[in-house]
Write a protein that binds this ligand. Structure first.
Ligand SMILES: Nc1ncnc2c1ncn2[C@@H]1O[C@H](COP(=O)(O)OP(=O)(O)OP(=O)(O)O)[C@@H](O)[C@H]1O
Ligand SMILES: Cc1ncc(C[n+]2csc(CCO)c2C)c(N)n1
Length: 305
């Protein structure tokens, strides 16, 4: 079943081998023979694998059937901690602080437990790793977590990648025995504040486009929908929505199609400077997306009562 045949290799190639060599490097493309025995290449969106997305980590208890499927790592950035940080801390198996993110854990986590003794809370919320160029973490904070046994990875020499980039690399390379497909990196404090940092954080999710990375603030959740898959997004309506957006990042999209939105796309072109899909509304609890380009998905988070 070919939905579209929007890319056809020119017929001037002399042999099948030459045609195969001329194939685009990036998936997903499939090869079909045409009647004259030369090759056509179809972009077969409908036969792409389906990727599921569900923000169950925002729920106090994860549904049974979701529990084993993803392993969560949490990266805390140097921004006001979202109010649900203790919840995602609990769901995560690895907790990292990006440089000054450690100050936030030290200063702000105790404020979320005003009835409890601050130093007890701090000992309970001990990061596994603090990594970065260490120009923002305070000495007392570094000393405190060093004494508790947190691993400190000082990357002062690297001034070309952000601390978030360093932390994602660390999780990807060192999470023991983890298959990338089962890993999901939650990033707390990624939005709001300095725009250069926000853009840097978006750049990180584009750079690591094969990893599941979710940028979080109190108000929003953002992740990438790679063009290599069709996407089914389950909306946790108790904690997220209804405002959402789909934004082509890096390059124009010739064709994006959605279901489940108030303003759905139907083979629609999107580009910066032209149409982008913002100020949209989720209609129910399922959204599907397929596109020829990586898209950013963003959805609003509800204030907890
Ligand atoms: N205002 C912000 N908004 C979004 N993300 C932020 C913000 N501030 C920091 N971050 C994130 O937290 C990480 C650690 O922050 P930190 O302030 O320690 O970094 P930094 O390298 O010292 O930044 P800079 O030197 O540019 O001020 C950054 O790499 C960035 O990803
Ligand atoms: C082209 C270019 N632009 C900006 C920086 C600065 N920079 C980018 S990431 C980083 C580390 C922040 O912890 C710093 C200082 C650079 N190196 N190269």
């Amino acid at each position: 079943m070919w939905r579209r045949a929007d890319l056809i290799i020119p017929f001037y190639k002399t042999s099948i081998e030459d045609n195969v060599k001329a194939l685009p490097k990036e998936p997903p493309f499939s090869i079909v023979s045409c009647p004259c025995s030369r090759l056509l290449v179809n972009r077969t969106l409908s036969t792409m694998d389906l990727m599921h997305h569900s923000s169950t980590f925002l729920l106090p208890t994860m549904p049974e059937d979701q529990r084993p499927s993803l392993t969560y790592a949490l990266v805390v950035l140097n921004q006001s901690l979202p109010r649900f940080t203790p919840l995602i801390w609990k769901h995560a198996q690895f907790r990292l602080c990006a440089d000054g993110g450690a100050n936030r854990v030290y200063d702000e986590i105790p404020l979320l437990f005003p009835q409890e003794d601050a130093s007890g809370v701090r000992r309970r919320y001990k990061p596994d790793i603090i990594e970065g160029d260490m120009d923002s973490i305070r000495k007392e904070v570094l000393d405190f977590y060093t004494r508790l046994g947190t691993k400190i990875v000082d990357k002062t020499h690297d001034q070309d990648t952000t601390d978030l980039h360093k932390c994602v690399t660390c999780v990807r390379d060192f999470a023991p025995g983890l298959d990338e497909c089962n890993l999901c990196i939650l990033v707390a404090g990624a939005l709001g504040g300095r725009f250069d940092h926000e853009m840097g954080n978006l750049n990180v999710i584009c750079h690591f486009s094969s990893l599941r990375i979710i940028l979080l603030s109190d108000d929003n959740l953002i992740h990438l929908l790679p063009r290599t898959h069709r996407h089914e997004i389950h909306i946790q309506t108790s904690v997220q929505g209804p405002h959402c957006g789909l934004i082509p990042i890096g390059m124009p999209s010739r064709s994006s199609t959605t279901t489940g939105l108030q303003w759905d796309l139907d083979n629609t072109e999107m580009k910066f400077g032209g149409l982008v899909n913002t100020s949209n509304i989720v209609e129910g609890d399922n959204v599907t997306v397929e596109s020829d380009c990586d898209l950013l998905w963003t959805i609003s988070l509800k204030k907890l009562s």
